[in-house]
Design a protein around this ligand. Structure first.
Ligand SMILES: [Zn+2]
Length: 248
C-alpha cells in the first residue's frame, strides 16, 4: 500500500492525520530551525498506551532525542504522575527542552474498521485499544462501579472511571469507541497540563504534542492526529500555539 493510500484510509476518520514517522521528522526540523537546538538536547517523554504495538511501531528517528521516558500506562494515561514528570525534568540538558508526546490510541484496520488492527503472525484482528474497548463494554453493560479503583487492576479501573463520567456523551455517539477515545484524550490532556504546571524544569522549553495516536495493521504503521502543539518558553512562561506549523 502506498503512503497516500494509507493516509486516505486513516483520514476518513481523522482528517488531519499524518504518519508518526513524518511527525517525528517535522519535530526534528522544528527543534533545529525554530529553537536552534540539536535533537540530542531534547528529552522525549511519551504518554502513550503500553500496548506492544506502540513499541513495534515506534519511529526509528525518535532515537535522535534523549529518552524516551515512559509516562503512559493503559491507553496513554500518565500514570507515572508528578514523580515521573519531575524525574525527566531533572534529567534534561540545561540548554535543552522537554518534549512530551501524549494521547490515547485507537486502531483502524486495513478494512477501515475502527477499534481493531491486524497484528503480526495472527489470523484474526484484535482490539486496539483493548483497554478502552473493555472499559466501553463495561460502560454499555452498566458494570462500572462508581469510585472503584482496585489495586489488582488500578490502571483499567481509572480508564473506566474516566468513561463513566461521560457515559451519555459516549453512548449517544455515532462511534462510541471513537467518542470514548476523545474523552480519554481530554482527561490525559488535562492531567498533562496539570503535571506541567506543578513541575520545575531546568531547561529552556517544554514542547507539548497532544494527539489521538492511531495504529493500523503491521504493514501500514501508525499515525498522529494532533490536537495540541504548544511551545512553553520557561524563561517567560509564554505559551505559543503552533499547531498550524506542525500540520502544514
Ligand atoms: Zn491500548
Amino acid at each position: 500500500m502506498k503512503k497516500r493510500e494509507k493516509l486516505a484510509l486513516i483520514r476518513a476518520h481523522y482528517p488531519n492525520a499524518v504518519t508518526t514517522i513524518d511527525t517525528v521528522n517535522r519535530l526534528i526540523d522544528f527543534v533545529e530551525e525554530r529553537l536552534d537546538l540539536e535533537p540530542s538536547q531534547i528529552m522525549l517523554a511519551d504518554s502513550i498506551c503500553s500496548d506492544d504495538v506502540n513499541s513495534i511501531q515506534y519511529p526509528v528517528r525518535a532515537s535522535e532525542f534523549l529518552g524516551p521516558f515512559k509516562m503512559g500506562g493503559l491507553d496513554g494515561f500518565p500514570f507515572t504522575g508528578l514523580t515521573g514528570m519531575g524525574a525527566f525534568a531533572s534529567h534534561v540538558p540545561d540548554e535543552g527542552a522537554v518534549f512530551v508526546y501524549y494521547g490515547p490510541h485507537i486502531g483502524i484496520s486495513k478494512e477501515g474498521t475502527i477499534g481493531e488492527i491486524h497484528r503480526y503472525g495472527q489470523h484474526k484482528n484484535t482490539g486496539c485499544c483493548g483497554a478502552a474497548k473493555g472499559a466501553l463494554n463495561k460502560l454499555i453493560n452498566d458494570a462500572i462501579v462508581p469510585g472503584q479503583l482496585n489495586d489488582m487492576d488500578y490502571q483499567m479501573n481509572t480508564i473506566e472511571q474516566i468513561l463513566l463520567k461521560e457515559k451519555n456523551r459516549i453512548l449517544d455517539a455515532t462511534h462510541p469507541l471513537k467518542e470514548a477515545t476523545e474523552v480519554i484524550y481530554e482527561a490525559i490532556d488535562e492531567r498533562i497540563n496539570e503535571l506541567v504546571k506543578q513541575t520545575k524544569y531546568a531547561c529552556k522549553y517544554v514542547i507539548l504534542l497532544g494527539t489521538i495516536h492511531i495504529n493500523s495493521d503491521t504493514d501500514i504503521g501508525s499515525f498522529t492526529s494532533a490536537k495540541r502543539f504548544e511551545l512553553i518558553d520557561l524563561a517567560t512562561n509564554e505559551r505559543q500555539n503552533l499547531i498550524q506549523e506542525l500540520l502544514k
